[in-house]
Design a protein around this ligand. Structure first.
Ligand code: BGP
Length: 475
């Protein structure tokens, strides 16, 4: 028996960065755009919303990508990106979400963005819905709790595929779809406060999103053979706090809650453990025969975000919720954490890649990963920059583990580092939680010139891309 050469990153591996419309575009009321839920959440997901957009909401201006996209895409090209993940703001295309006709100005904006990407040889990777439900859909229908959202989403998707199928090959239906269980407002546009929402309403919303996602895949496969559709989930390996079998069972339950979403996307039906959970928790769902048929339209690939791992235990006395993450979970005593309390675990990324590959055998796309950190602008040899060795170390160690997973035989399509240019944070709505290779001059109080500066990690990432990962070092 001969052994194949250990593989490194495959040829054609897609290298790039990831963003979301509401966190960088700004121009919240330009070009005929309607309001989204993000325009009335100035303090991030956990804080109360405001009745109207308020000037302290950094997302209203973002980093002004709406006007500066050409300059930004040129910087991505300079790093050698072959892929750029962005989302389309639903309320730019359908200002209220339930409009009959799309807004041409919004459509034309994304035409310009995609054309700019292609001019630089960059493939856009598009999230159809990234935490930016049109506000009207929240206020009038309670977001995804209502079945009517499926029809509005279908109309939106048909317009997008029709207009952009020749410009966009890779599509993601919902950002981090499994987060709806934790942040129903931000993720599912559900206006009813979480503590008033019944489990049946919440899982009905989940079901509507899953059906809508499968419908998008069906439309793509039937009418647009050149494009590929993936699901997008939060990945978070969960370790037992102790070897107690009760802790392991707690891990299994927590894993199931996360994995159910991709199980449905990949296998086309609810898994037995989910049906049992519904049964035993009095969750009654309206699932039609047509829904069941639609769910069988399964995705082409599985994409995910990876920031951290967690621990779980069955012991109520040890259930101390970790800081900073939306999934809850217990901190791991073996791991360091970021300034925002997100635990840093590069090996967990290799674990997750293997777990997902073993489970689904579908190509995997890491579409978010990175370190949110405070940066300081300094002048080195006359050049204004950030010496972000901490970010380089984080990304090197994670990407090294991706290489290990590739050597394990996992099929990985690409990697888009989160917030490749500094943007407004989703969880805290701060500018000071920075992820980028490019620094944007804007502060938490909204002041700043919006000038862009290359950080030290900019040249580092360019070298990783140029060498297709060969420059990564074992830590
Ligand atoms: C993910 C979201 C992103 C993003 C990222 C980092 O959950 O999909 O939109 O922002 O997390 O989170 P934060 O911005 O809160 O640091």
């Amino acid at each position: 028996m001969t052994h194949a050469e250990p593989r490194t990153f495959p040829e054609g591996f897609l290298w790039g960065g990831a963003t979301a419309a509401n966190q960088l575009e700004g121009a919240f009321d330009e070009g005929g755009k309607g309001l989204s839920i993000q325009d009335v959440t100035p303090r991030g997901i956990m804080a109360p919303r405001t009745p109207e957009p308020t000037p302290d909401n950094l997302k209203l201006i973002g980093i002004d990508f709406y006007h500066r996209y050409a300059e930004d895409i040129a910087l991505f090209a300079e790093m050698g990106f072959s892929v750029f993940r962005l989302s389309i703001a639903w309320s730019r295309i359908f200002p209220n979400g339930d409009d009959e006709q799309p807004n041409e100005e919004g459509l034309a904006f994304y035409d310009r963005v995609f054309d700019e990407c292609h001019r630089h040889g960059i493939e856009p990777l598009v999230t159809i819905s990234h935490y930016e439900t049109p506000l009207h859909l929240t206020e009038t229908y309670d977001g995804w709790v209502s079945r009517e959202l499926i029809g509005f989403y279908e109309r939106y998707v048909r317009v997008l595929f029709d207009r952009y199928s020749s410009k966009v090959k890779y599509w993601l239906t919902f950002n981090e779809i499994n987060s709806v269980l934790h942040v129903p407002f931000m993720s599912g546009g559900i206006g009813t406060p979480k503590d008033e929402l019944t489990q049946s309403q919440l899982f009905q919303a989940v079901h509507h999103e899953l059906v809508a996602s499968a419908l998008a895949t069906k439309i793509a496969h039937e009418s647009y053979p050149g494009i590929q559709v993936g699901c997008m989930v939060i990945s978070m390996p969960i370790y037992p706090l102790t070897p107690d079998p009760a802790d392991m069972l707690a891990v299994m339950d927590a894993d199931h809650a996360n994995l159910m979403f991709s199980d449905v996307h990949v296998r086309g039906a609810y898994p037995g453990y989910a049906l049992r959970y519904f049964r035993e928790h009095g969750i009654e769902l309206d699932i039609t025969a047509e829904d069941r048929e639609l769910l069988q339209n399964t995705v082409d690939f599985v994409s995910f975000s990876y920031y951290m791992s967690l621990c779980e235990t069955a012991d109520p006395a040890k259930k101390v919720r970790g800081e900073g993450n939306i999934m809850g979970g217990i901190p791991n005593p073996h791991l360091p954490a970021s300034e925002w309390g997100w635990q840093i675990d590069p090996v967990g990324l290799r674990v997750v890649l293997n777990q997902f590959w073993d489970r689904w055998g579908k190509p995997l796309f890491i579409v978010e990963n990175g370190l949110g950190a405070k940066d300081e602008l300094v002048v080195v040899d006359g050049v204004t920059t950030v010496v972000d060795d901490y970010r380089i170390a984080y990304l090197n160690d994670h990407l090294y583990q991706v290489g290990e997973a590739v050597r394990d035989g996992v099929e990985v399509m690409g990697y888009t580092s989160w917030g490749c240019i500094d943007l407004v944070s989703a969880s805290t709505a701060q500018m000071s939680k920075r992820y980028g290779f490019v620094y944007v001059d804007r502060s938490d109080d909204g002041t700043g010139t919006l000038e862009r500066y290359r950080k030290k990690s900019f040249a580092w990432y360019a070298e990783v891309i140029r060498t297709n990962g060969a420059s990564l070092t074992r830590s």
